[in-house]
Design a protein around this ligand. Structure first.
Ligand code: ADE
Length: 417
């Protein structure tokens, strides 16, 4: 199969890594077994732009087991696990175009190479494939039956396309499934962001002042885990409801201009650009650590930081020191790219299990369900509930069911006190 990966000799290590992740992906595994028996994706050509990790490897294996042809490229230049990319090419017959540390030109070259498969389905994490098809490869749009989108940032871009009536095919917003954002965004980002900061810096969270910029599902997870490790957590928000929630969750809430003076560690998880700017860097303490865990590397204004600095050097892998004119030093992690995937391994397999089960089942529905309009759709409720049911069963957790009397009570408006 055509591919562009770093080193095919890493394939054996990648295969073992996928096998390890698969232990914690029982829901996706069951879907893969069913797909292998019934081939519901036969004839589909799926272009996927995802973080190339062992969990994604297991999703790609599932799509191939279902009969699809696949082409995979990275959704971030720093998140690729080269051994997994090699194994997918060598052992599973996937077209793979991804190398950890690829430059911007290569990143886009890989996106266009994966589109050469002439996809009938696109699978995105950040909407770069959809955007490429709507700009440079419009010739492909008519052949695409539908797409899926993994993350908040991508869903925001797609909704903007839908509003402007330019979206050329339906897309299912995987991110909006409850079995996705309740677990992946909150517990996945929460744990893996701390993991990335620890692996790159080995800093102590106990007693540290940690500013979390953005209190969406990801921010809630990061704050919860930092608090659990003994940090004093500050939340920075622009949304009054989320800010109020953070107050009642027990955190200090303040503008970044104030937090910038006191925090030791900053984490952005907003999905917006230029959140930490020159005026914030200007008042940070000597030694402040700044990381981003939002999808794109736009949340930190690193150009301004570079302009304010008299020198910069890489002091450890994924840690760059910026020396300011007045002698203060600021440490930026992973080039401002999402730290959980650049310096660590991304979310644990146990949460990706549910996210990718939603992906696989949604692709099946796109191919075999009712025709959809050129809009952004929620994951069908029955898929969301099925994923939760399968996960509970795999965890050996049993739950109650309503009695007949309770069902009647809920259905009736006549029964009161
Ligand atoms: N996004 C966050 N963590 C991930 C992982 N482990 N694999 C794929 N995509 C991810």
């Amino acid at each position: 199969m055509d591919h562009d990966v770093k080193d095919l000799s890493l394939a054996e290590a990648g295969k073992l890594k996928m096998e390890w992740a698969d232990r914690d992906m029982p829901v996706l595994r069951q879907i893969r077994e069913r797909f292998a028996a019934t081939k519901p994706l036969k004839g589909a050509r799926i272009a996927a732009c995802l973080h190339v990790t062992s969990e994604t490897g297991n999703l790609v294996r599932t799509l191939i087991a279902g009969g699809a042809e696949t082409a995979l490229c990275a959704s971030n230049p720093l998140s690729t696990q080269d051994d997994v990319a090699a194994s997918l090419a060598v052992h599973y017959g996937a077209r793979v175009y991804a190398k950890k540390g690829e430059d911007n030109d290569t990143y886009y070259k890989h996106i266009y190479q994966s589109l050469d498969i002439k996809p009938t389905v696109t699978m995105d994490d950040g909407a770069d494939l959809v955007t490429a098809i709507h700009t440079k490869r419009q010739d492909l749009a008519a052949g695409v039956k539908g797409g899926t989108e993994e993350t908040t940032t991508g869903v925001i871009r797609l909704r903007s396309m839908e509003r402007e009536k330019v979206l050329k095919y339906p897309v299912i917003a995987i991110n909006d499934a409850l079995t996705k954002h309740f677990f992946d965004n909150r517990y996945g980002t929460g744990q893996s962001t701390i993991d990335g900061i620890l692996r790159s810096t080995n800093c102590l969270f106990a007693g540290a002042q940690v500013a979390v910029v953005g209190y969406g599902w990801c921010g809630r997870g990061v704050a919860m885990r930092a608090h659990g490790m003994g940090s004093s957590v500050i939340i920075v928000e622009v949304d009054p409801l989320r800010a109020l929630e953070a107050v009642m969750d027990g955190y200090r809430v303040m503008p970044l201009a104030e937090a910038a003076r006191v925090a030791d560690i900053f984490v952005t998880v907003t999905g917006n650009r230029s959140c930490v700017r020159a005026e914030h860097f200007a008042v940070m303490k000597d030694g402040a650590i700044v990381a981003n865990s939002g999808h794109f590397n736009v949340e930190l204004d690193l150009e301004s930081l570079a302009a304010m600095s008299r020198g910069r050097r890489t002091i450890r892998p994924f840690v760059e020191e910026f020396a300011l004119e007045d002698g203060r030093r600021i440490y930026v992690l992973g080039e401002g790219r999402l730290i959980n995937l650049s310096a660590a391994e991304g979310h644990p397999a146990a949460v990706m299990d549910m996210s990718f089960a939603n992906q696989a089942l949604s692709v099946e529905r796109l191919l075999h369900g009712d025709a959809l309009e050129k809009k952004v759709y929620a994951v069908p409720r029955d898929i969301d509930e099925e994923v939760a049911r399968l996960k509970l069963a795999a965890l050996n957790v049993k739950i109650d069911t309503l009695t007949e009397a309770q069902r009647e009570y809920l259905a009736s408006w006549k029964l009161g006190t």
